[in-house]
Design a protein around this ligand. Structure first.
Ligand code: SAM
Length: 298
């Protein structure tokens, strides 16, 4: 009987972990299985993995029939190990790109390309790139079906926080604008080598439903959310003063003249607004900016 190609374990081969690259390799097979199960892989699925390292997740993903995997890894030692232990000739469904996942254009990565309308994202990602990487993923929400990401527990708590809590912020609102997030499970430091100093958690992002925020509005709402949380302790009328000036060419006082509802919103602080409230506020600011342009004869 012909043996099907299964990616080999790295046969005890390891690379020396580099702190500067956030390398804490997942050694707990059960956790790795749970992460891959959360991807809900089906034949024909295409997965993009960020930072495969020694391949703890990649090898399990490649065992799923009919699934394609693309991965971006910054460390050339890990790339060399993966190319040797998961060779391209035997695993044509695996594409590995050496580079920085924050800089490479994901649309250029073989796999999640023009031929693939949707892909799934996975990663046990270094803590120091979690924020930028998640914002990058949110920008790609239209082509993402779901993402399963291991991150520092503190960051995971911010993603699923409720309004008016201290964890509620830009990450929470940006995520809610694009999809739905759910904290799946915690992961103890002992599940990694070397042990990280923090607790980790796995978060599932579901982008399969229509988003709360229309895609064409996301960029402006995100800018508004950034400006609002930049000074989260202040009333929005103060925190957004300069932003509103620049965007609408009016002062806050002029903007809220005869607009009691808008005035009431701007008396709140950023953490009191739901993601839907930010979308509404953005619409009102867009309308005011348009009016301002007409008034100026633009
Ligand atoms: N996925 C592996 C695992 O679960 O064992 C490795 C996880 S380790 C926490 C993070 C991996 O991301 C490392 O292999 C590291 O080299 C890689 N990495 C760090 N920064 C990166 C970046 N900007 N782009 C791509 N990979 C990166």
């Amino acid at each position: 009987m012909k043996r099907s190609a299964r990616p080999e374990q790295s046969r005890g081969e390891h690379i020396q972990a580099r702190k500067s690259l956030g390398q804490n390799f997942l050694t707990d097979r059960n956790i790795a299985r749970k992460i891959v199960a959360a991807l809900d892989l089906n034949k024909g699925d295409c997965v993009l993995e960020i930072g495969p390292g020694e391949g703890a997740l990649s090898r399990l993903i490649l065992q799923q029939p009919g699934v394609k995997l693309s991965a971006i890894e910054i460390d050339n030692r890990a790339v060399e190990l993966l190319n040797r232990t998961i060779p391209q000739e035997r695993f044509p469904q695996f594409r590995l790109t050496e580079g920085d996942a924050l800089k490479l254009n994901w649309a250029d990565i073989p796999g999640p390309d023009k031929n693939e309308s949707q892909f799934k994202l996975v990663g046990n990602i270094p803590y120091y790139i979690t924020g930028p990487l998640l914002f990058r993923a949110l920008e790609h929400a239209e082509v993402l079906d779901r993402a399963v990401i291991m991150m520092q527990r503190e960051v995971a708590k911010r993603i699923v926080a409720s309004p008016r809590s201290k964890d509620y912020g830009i990450l929470t609102v940006a995520t809610a604008l694009r999809g739905r997030a759910k904290m799946l499970f915690d992961v103890a430091p002992g599940c990694f080598v070397p042990r990280p100093n923090v607790r980790s958690a796995v978060v599932l992002f579901d982008f399969s439903q229509p988003p709360l925020c229309p895609p064409q509005q996301y960029t402006t709402v995100k800018q508004l959310v950034d400006a609002a949380f930049n000074q989260r302790r202040k009333m929005l009328s103060n925190a957004l003063e300069r932003y509103i000036n620049a965007r609408c060419k009016v002062t806050v006082r002029e903007l809220t003249n005869n607009q009691p509802e808008l005035e009431a919103v701007l008396k709140k602080r950023a953490e009191e607004l739901s993601p839907g409230d930010f979308i509404d506020l953005d619409r009102q600011l867009s309308a005011a900016a348009k009016e301002g342009r007409h008034a100026c004869g633009d």
